[in-house]
Design a protein around this ligand. Structure first.
Ligand code: AMP
Length: 412
């Protein structure tokens, strides 16, 4: 079934064709008609499934039908990070290139002045992070009184990043009569709670099983000693001649240190995390996309929203403390139908983290050794075994996760 059967007008179809899309993805086939019918939706769609077009195309269609020439703000899209905001905004611009519709951006970490100017000159669509949007509300530089369409993109990340207060404050400023679309890669109690206050008789759309990893991604786990991980990564990339590899670390310091070491190994590597300026992050991403940099080391927060076409390799240098992040990480590869490989390096201290990941993806990931990098079992002592019981680990991690969380630099 092609795009033309979904109720999308000629100008939007032309834009879709210009992107080389032949067929709608499953989320697009399911969501577009429901959104066009005016219903609220709650969609479980992982990143890389084409979810942006799934909401952007029908919303653009609706805005076109209203034929307002004045660029009144009718659509608000909330995203957790500035990178995702930029990505979504770019998609709206691409899909609306043959229409008069204007879209604008509001995210933190950059001067507010340009955004104020853009908002003043009029826009139909605003893509924003909650913190910065709230700044605009307080300053009186945004008028949300005509909003008819509200989208929550990666709602689970927004809640993880602690944006619930801003979200509630923003909701109070929006007209109650509106169509609301909630997209989330994962679902838990917090998301269901939010959906109850947010959505009216929503249609539940699920294209993949909830909380499952992207099916087209091959997942491999290598057991390796923590102090040999870097060596193994450089070996894999070098010996297999991988050209574009995204590596995840848990901390900003870890990302910087690894990038530095990999450069010493002769692999052009850059790091991207919340402590880097917006300009530096964009430059690093651009150089990675263009192939100037071969390896990008990222933290979970910085990586959200990155859309890199045809990324084939993702390496989890360390498993995440928040198991759901694993799904987001590996969703960076195997995007929109292409296949990908996600490798996780597992030291003996991380076994319990793998268990958590397996619980979330509801699947067991077979572990293997890479010849030459087998873990040194003689290093493992009875004391280590004791230290790594799940309850002891959980107690320690509670503190660390909290520290990490408050250390997160959110996008205001
Ligand atoms: P998203 O899940 O929205 O981040 O989209 C992931 C990638 O899929 C983006 O690079 C889109 O340009 C691409 N994409 C979206 N829809 C389609 C489609 N119908 N066919 C091929 N690629 C698509």
């Amino acid at each position: 079934m092609g795009f033309s059967t979904l109720g999308i007008n000629e100008n939007l179809l032309k834009a879709v064709i210009s992107q080389g899309y032949d067929e709608p993805t499953p989320i697009q086939t399911s969501a577009i008609p429901v959104i066009l019918s005016g219903k609220d939706i709650m969609a479980g769609a992982q990143t890389g499934t084409g979810k942006t077009a799934a909401f952007a195309l029908p919303l653009l269609q609706k805005i076109t039908e209203q034929e307002s020439k004045n660029h009144i703000l009718k659509t608000l899209v909330l995203t957790p990070t500035r990178e995702l905001a930029q990505q979504v905004h770019k998609s709206f611009e691409t899909y609306s290139q043959f229409t008069q519709i204007k879209s604008t951006l509001a995210y933190g970490g950059v001067s507010i002045k340009t955004q104020v100017k853009a908002l003043k000159s009029g826009a139909d669509i605003l893509v924003a992070t909650p913190g910065r949007l709230f700044d605009h509300i307080v300053n009186g530089t945004v008028d949300l009184s005509h909003i008819e369409y509200l989208v929550f993109d990666e709602a689970d990340r927004m809640l993880d990043m602690g944006f619930i207060d801003e979200i509630n404050r923003i909701l109070k400023r929006l007209p109650p009569k509106r169509q609301t679309l909630l997209f989330s890669a994962t679902f838990d109690e917090a998301i269901f709670k939010l959906s109850k206050t947010l959505l009216k008789n929503p249609e539940l759309i699920e294209v993949n099983q909830r909380n499952t990893a992207a099916a087209q991604v091959e997942q491999v786990v290598y057991n390796v000693d923590a102090d040999r991980k870097r060596e193994l990564v450089s070996h894999l990339i070098g010996s297999k001649n991988w050209q574009q590899v995204l590596i995840f670390t848990r901390t900003k310091q870890g990302a910087d240190a690894l990038a530095k070491e990999m450069c010493k190994d002769g692999l052009k590597t850059q790091s991207i995390h919340g402590d880097k300026s917006q300009g530096a992050r964009e430059k690093a991403l651009q150089e990675f996309k263009s192939g100037k940099t071969r390896v990008l080391v990222a933290t979970d927060v910085a990586a959200r929203g990155l859309d890199i076409q045809q990324l084939s390799y993702v390496i989890n240098y360390e498993l995440p403390y928040i198991a759901e992040d694993y799904i987001h990480r590996i969703g960076r590869t195997g995007r929109a139908g292409s296949t990908g490989l996600a490798i996780s390096l597992l030291s003996s201290e991380e076994n319990w983290l793998l268990e958590q990941v397996e619980n979330v993806i509801k699947n067991r990931l077979p572990q293997q050794w890479l010849p030459g990098y087998e873990p040194d079992l003689s290093k493992k002592t009875i004391k280590d075994d004791f230290k790594n019981t799940r309850s002891a680990q959980k107690r320690r991690i509670k503190k660390r996760t909290f520290g990490e969380k408050i250390g997160h630099k959110r996008s205001r």
